[in-house]
Design a protein around this ligand. Sequence first.
Ligand code: PLP
Length: 429
Amino acid sequence: MRKNWRTSKKLFQRAEELFPGGVNSPVRAFKAVGGNPIFIDTAYGAKIFDVDGNGYIDYVMSWGPLILGHAHKDVVDALTEAAEDGVTFGAPTLLEIKMGEIIQKYYPSMERMRLVSSGTEATMSAIRVARAFTKRDKVMKFEGCYHGHADGLLVKAGSGAATHGQPSSLGVPQSYAQETITVPYNDIKAVEAVVQTDWKDIACIIVEPIAANMGLVLPKPGFLEGLREITEKHGIVLIFDEVVTGFRVAVGGAQELYDIKPDLTCLGKIIGGGLPAGAYGGKKEIMSLVSPDGPVYQAGTLSGNPAAMAAGIETIKNIGRKGFYDLLESKAEILEAGFKDAIKRAKADIKFYRIGSMFCQYFTEHDVYDYETAAKSDTKLYAEYFRSMLEEGVYFPPSQFETCFLSISHSKYDIQFSMRKSYKVLRNM
Ligand SMILES: *Cc1c(COP(=O)(O)O)cnc(C)c1O
């Protein structure tokens, strides 16, 4: 049974006349896996339906925000109510305060924060204030980590930048890129070596505490602790980019999970409940440099947008309920056992990684702990797996170097269906 994708194909042709590559964000174009992107019509819970009427179990979940699943009733209701009161004023609202207080409750390291409209804005602004605070210019980041598409951060970046074999972007002046130092993820010795000689120039170290944009790479024990120690010693600002991990791996993010307090934190994805939202914040003395308190300019027409706040607050309210993460974890455990079993029975060379409701299957026999080891994966095989799973009604990220997301809406049946299909596909490969 082959699926019919006629309408999607037609829409993609129209889109190609409008948008570069027919899309408004690169990975959506399916370039890394081949074929035609499917155009989504509707979605509910764990399922998406394309414009040709095909249904899929979704493990992309809009790349992370939808921890409750698609079109969750409480979120839709909150959003509708907010819309009826007017969606933007460019003036303060109570909803921003509620959001700020919720974030602060779970992220006490964010003594002061600023709400923005995307993860990119959050990281870009956090770096600006870190530079102002330290009066130093250089930024240290890790190969394969993605922090949005601000110029200085598109150096050896992950996500779409990694997928398209161009880990750095044209259009970023050499002089900007020179302000960014990159080191391999999980390599604390490499960090020490650079900091030893260059610490006087380094404003901040920005890190995904769990790297989710080169597949899924977990921090080795001691890596994050090491970063905290080194940065503290040399007056370097430590920035945790928790745009993915915030409210995902625990309600208090990776900083709660690993019990490490960064100087600044960036949030996004889940805090908007599926609408555009982000936040950055941290130590009072650093954040007090932000305008209008201080000399670091940063602003936004739609910052703290009431509709996004309403959707985000409702999402966090739901996940803040007792037992939420236990339930999510129990679903994820079933999924892990099932997918690993499929890999074993099909005798496939796949490394399966998971933390909480995030997981990734690398098509390699080697352990993956940084960008270089992730890049050893067989992307052709992944592409074949992706396309076959799509035929079977399971929607995975259209790239080997992305994380898969489970939501609270995925039922045991959805998960069992997916692991059965995975076995069938792997066996036939
Ligand atoms: C998605 C992501 C970003 C960028 O967020 P946008 O909202 O897409 O701008 C930044 N950092 C990490 C870790 C991300 O996963």
